[in-house]
Every structure is written in C-alpha cells, then in structure tokens.
Design a protein around this ligand. Sequence first.
Ligand code: AZC
Length: 826
Amino acid sequence: MSAKKPNVERNVTINKSEFKAAVVKHLHCTLGTDENKANNHAWWKATCSAMQEQVLEGIRKTQKTHYLNDTRAVHYFSAEFLMGRLLSNNLQNFGLFEVANDALNELGVSLSDVLEEEPDMALGNGGLGRLAACFIDSLATMELPAIGYGIHYEHGLFRQEIQGGAQIERPDSWRDYGNPWEICRPESIQEVSLYGYVETKYGENGRIQKEWHPGHIVKGIPWDIPVVGYGGKTVNVLRLWQSKSSGYFNWDVFNAGGYVDAQVENVQAETISKVLYPNDETEAGKELRLIQQYFFCACSLKDIIRRYKRAHGDDWSRFIDQVVIQLNDTHPAIAIPELMRILVDRAELDWDRAWGICTKVFAYTNHTLLPEALEKWPARMLEKILPRHLEIIYEINHRFMKEVDKKWPGDNAVKARLSIIEEGNEKMVRMGHLSVIGSFAVNGVAELHSRLVKQNLFPEFDALWPGKLTNVTNGITPRRWLKACNPALSKLIDKKVGADWPLDLKKLEGLEKYAGNKTFQKQFMQVKQQNKQLLAAEIKESLGFDVDTNAIFDVQIKRLHEYKRQHLALLHIMALYRRLLENPDYDMHPRVFIFGAKAAPGYKLAKDIIYAINKVADKINNDARVNQKLKVAFLPNYRVSLAEKMIPAADVSEQISTAGKEASGTGNMKLALNGAVTIGTLDGANIEIAEEVGDDNIFIFGLTVDEVNELKASGYKPYDYYYKNPEIKAVLDWLETDYFTPGKPGALASIKQSLLDHGDQYLVLADYEAYSKAQEEVDKAYRDKERWAKMAIINTAKMGKFTSDRSIRDYVERIWKLNACPVRKG
Ligand code: AZC
C-alpha cells in the first residue's frame, strides 16, 4: 500500500536540480568556496542559505498578508526559546527533505552529516523553553498570526562536559561561526531606559504628570528567526533582542547627584543579553536578571505599539482587538507595569482606561508550584532600576486592595496573602500576584497542576474571579518529535493511517486496531530495534562502551532536580547491582539505564547526583559479573538534538517525580509518542497520559498528591524506611563507602544525608518500594514480547491529545480568540 500524500497545499515548489543549483550558488557566492574545498560545515551553511531563500519569501508573504488583513495576533513573551536545530525542521516543514537529500547526494555529500554540523539553538533551560518552541511551531502550522518575543542571548545554556564523573560547565557559543537563519532588522531598533528618578509635575488641568528621567539608555537590536509552519505556507518570526550600548549618558541626572550610583556607570549594556541564566525552577534574584526581563519586554512592547500605530495611529480603542500577549511564566511580568506606564505617562490615558486595556491584553501561564521558582523582587531593587514601575505597581496594588476589601471587608490576613507586596524584613514584589491581577486569564499546564494552582497557590484569586484560572494541558509538536526525529516509525505509520497525522495527531488512533497484529508488532519493534542500534552507536562514540540492543533501554532525560528524583532511579540501579552480586542467577532481563541531565551550576546536590550516577555507572559497566545484564550510560550535554536521538530508541520512559511537583512534563509525551512505555507517578500530565493509554499500558506507582500531603502532615520519618527495608539500608550505606569512589570514602554521602538527615523532602524513600515493584512488573512485561509490542503501539496510537496543535487550539478558542489568516501563493 502506498502512503497517502499529506493533505497540505504547499507553497514551495522547487525541484532537486534547482535545489542543487541553489546550494552550489551559495557555496560560491555566499561562502566564497567551492565543491572541492568545502567541508561539511560549509555545506551546512550553503544548504541553509538555499533554504533561507524560500524562508525569506515565506516571511515576506506572511507579513504582507497579516498587514493587509489587519489581523489580531498573539505575542508570545518568553525569556526562553529552546529551538534546537532548524535545518532539518525547516526542510521537513517545507516538504523539501527528500529533495535536499537527493540534491546533496548528487553532490557527493550526506545530508545527515550536514545536519550534524548545526549547533543547537539552546536559548532555554528545559521544559518551559522547549514548550515555547513547540508552541510557535504550532502557531505557524495552524496559520495563526503570531510572534515570539525573547532575548538574543550570546551564550545559551552551558555545554556540559563530564570529567572524572563530575559536571563541568563550558560556555555555549551557538553563533560563533555565524547563524545563517537570523535576520538583523536595524530599522526596528528600540531604546530602553533604566535607572534614574521620577519627577512629579502638575499639568494645566491639575492632572498629575509623572516623568521618568532615566539614568541609562540601552539599544535593543532585533534579530528575527524564521518559524516555518508545516506545509511551508505561514512563516512567522521569533524576534530576539540583543542589547547594545546607546552611547547615551544622562549628565543632568549624574550632576544632580545621588541618583546614578557607581554601579550604573559600570553597567555594560552589552552584558544584558550576554548569557542565559542556567537556573531551571529557581529564581536567581539578581539585578541583571531583572534588567534582562525588562529589556526584552520594553523592546517588544515598543515594537508592538509601533506596528499598531502604523495601522491605527493614536487611536487606542482598537488595541485590545488587535493585541494579546501571553506571558510565559512570570519572567515577562514586568510588561504589565510597562504597558501601564506607556498608556498613562506617555499616551496620557486616565488610569482606569489604561488598566481596562492592560487587563484585556495580558494572559499568564504558570509552570510551577515550587516555592523557589516563584519570582519575587526586592522593592528596593525595583526602585533603583525601574523607579516609575515600582510606583505603578504600588498604585495597582492600592486599587486592588480596595477590591479585596469589598469582598472580604476588614480581613487583613487575606489582604496580606493577596497583596502584590510581601511585607517582611525586606519588602518584596510578588510577580505571580502581579501577573494574576494584570491578566484576563491564568492557566496551569496540566489538569492536576491547574487544580493545585487554584486550590493551593491562588485560592482567593479563584474565589474573587471565578473562571479566570483555567487549564491548558501542554503539548509537543509531532513534526519534530516524531516525523523528523523518527523517520522509520513515521514511514511505517504513514502506511497504516495515511501521511496527514502530523497535522491531525488523533489519526494515530488508527494504529490501535493493529496493536494485536503480529506482523505489525514485528515491524513496529524492528523500527525500535533500529533506533536502539543508532543510539547504541552514539553511546559507543560518546562513552566508549557497547550496550546490548536486546536489553531494555530505560531512559530518564530531563533537568537534574531532586523533585524529578533521578536519585530514586539511582538507588534502584544500585539495588539491582546488589541483587546480581548476591545472586548471579538473579532473574532479570538485561537493562541499560540511560540518563541525560544538566544541573544548574550552583545546585550542589544536583551535581552530586550526576557524579554519583557516573561513579556507579563506571563500577557496574566494568564489573564483568553483572555487565551482561546491567549497564548505565550517562550521556553528556543533554540538549534538543540529543533528545531527538534518545527518544526514538527508548523502551521505558522514567517519569518519577514526587506527586504534585512536576507541573506537566513534556518529555513524557515525546517518549510515549515514540512507543516508550511510561513508569511514572500520578503527577503532571502522566495522569492524562494514563487516561489516554489505559491502566494496562502504563506502570503507575507511588504516593498520590493526597497521600503525599497526609504523610507530610503526619510527620514523615525517612529513617523508618531505612530501618524497615534492608535493601534501602544497604544501598544508602553503600553510598558512604569508597566502593564507587576508590580512595575517596564519603564522596557520595551527601545523597544519603539529604535522604535521611535532611528529611527527604521529595519522599524518595517513601516511594522506593513501590518503584522497585513497578520495575519488576516492567521486567515481566518486557519479556512477553507480544504484550510489550502491543503496549508500545498503543502508547503511540493514543498520544493524539498531546500535540501542541491541540494546546494552541485551546488557547486560541478559550483565551486568545484568534482567527487563522491563510497565506496564499503569489
Ligand atoms: C516546567 C515544568 O517543570 C514542567 O513540568 C512543564 O512541563 C514545563 O515547565 C512546561 O510547562 N517549568 C519550568 O521549566 N519552569 C521554570 C521556572 O523554569
């Protein structure tokens, strides 16, 4: 049966010989080299430039169409966009992958080698940044007018090296040799003010006028990264701001004294966009971080307003019809007082009208309940960097407190909880509160998480504004996370359900009827086997040892964090090792535990866990008594392009966070989509994955959110588990010896301490036994080849809900109220 062609009308028609000619032209005319001299890097650049011709045409047509239709657009504000590589994605989305492959082939060049030349665009830490990247892919694919706004970091997330088992951070330099995709737009440069003081003036009609005299002005230079929708019709852009010195220094302010302190002089404008903060789920609280946030929000708002004014002049009445701004977490929350400042101080609207506009423009997504991730800024820091914004925040709060008093008269406790300002030793500005108050919609990212946002994080806000707090379950783009990263499985799927599933992922349900079909099972598992071989080759190249591709590939890939509990997996690996040493006939199917994880450079215990995984891996992999059955591979420098190799090869997906802590997870969706079976807790989107695949096709274990709360309330004592369970005791004690770190006893002891003496905040020991039992079930299931194949197929078949197109549809229909704006040929 031949594959049905996708039901997409493509805007691009370029054949192999034209593509070939374009590549050669760029090799000659853009790079000044020729076919004989060019290395893969040059071929990569030439191929990108050939693509870029199509891309630029797409951008031009898209922008013209949006302008002529005067469309309402969503503006996705995010401090992070974890884009990964673009060439393969752009080729796929333009439908030119095969064309390019054949064209390069004729030139004696391998497209897959060329693709490997592209550095990842790693302008994000983890889930939040990758979600933003998936969302802009869906927006373009669904032909929605959208623009992503963020920061053009010179250095993205650090490159991780492992030396002697420990993580070493090296700078990431994704654009050292130029980036062929980005387009500089000097015509849209913006200026941003910082520091200085506020002057109060009285206007003719008695109106109080505030004037901010900044101490420093920096320039924001926009770089546009194309976002090619699947089908190549709409090409939106991601606009990233780079900071540059404006050469401006306010001598008046300086001479007035006191306002511009020594630090201001030291501010180097270029440092603002120099580096991405490498923290995931922890708020850094650093001055430069706040400046980064304000910098990109201020540039982006000016850009939006410039575009609006071009069509509507000074008439603000249509602003709320044209503009919606989604705040990706609180990182861009400072945009709320900035828009108020523009409307009240610059456009001279009265407060109520300005606030009416503001609160119809912003919507806010919360991504975490972890207290250490909820941003708070010292009022003093805001006053210094953004004095007018602090005044505006106080005014917003003052008016809001009156509203609270109407609902709960005289209740000071509720006021203290709801106030944007947290009183204490040091007055703090709560950015989450500001975001909820300044937005018309607030969402969590999975059903459970959104319920907890309402119940635990913002209960009174929910009571005050019923319906404002809502859920939009996360999603992933199936174009990158199945079609592009797993071509063998994609082709197999095409044959069964047709080729338009990348646009309509529910079509995968058509696979369900083959789940019990022996032939299909065999084909499906053969693809998995091929992908495992590719990953085994990667492991060999990166780590130097062989892994058995008949073993279960058990994969845990995500940032390293105690709540994600990589150390729970580690304790279990050590227990398996111990069981095998005690009983060489211990009956288990061979397994390779594969990890990928970066730790925030300042997060000591997370780095200790990486070290421990590597040390335990060294020992096990070199122990001939066990290494036929057990291996551990920690692949360094986990990133999008490595995920694309690991995910298609996974048999088992580890999603083992403490219930209530992982807001959603999106790796869980990517792995299941590629036929991995989840072992996981009832947390985040795991719950919704379980609902889709059914209890027989997932291994759920461990405490529920309610049980976690009960256990904590009743006084959790990790030592009880240590004394009760001899395996837990043995394994924890083992960590203290020098067995894994010869000559260095105690080198892994911090993990034991955190679990016993520091209270095991994430209930690793409480969930250990259930996890270990669930792993035995996994082992049993895998040995039944038919049962496993069926489970794997059903996982792929049932992932339709988790396409980011569905998430975007939810946002569009329930929050953004946007219309698609098709871009036509010509
Ligand atoms: C992450 C959540 O931890 C993860 O569960 C979720 O899937 C993802 O956002 C996308 O919604 N949160 C973050 O990355 N948060 C921060 C502050 O970095």
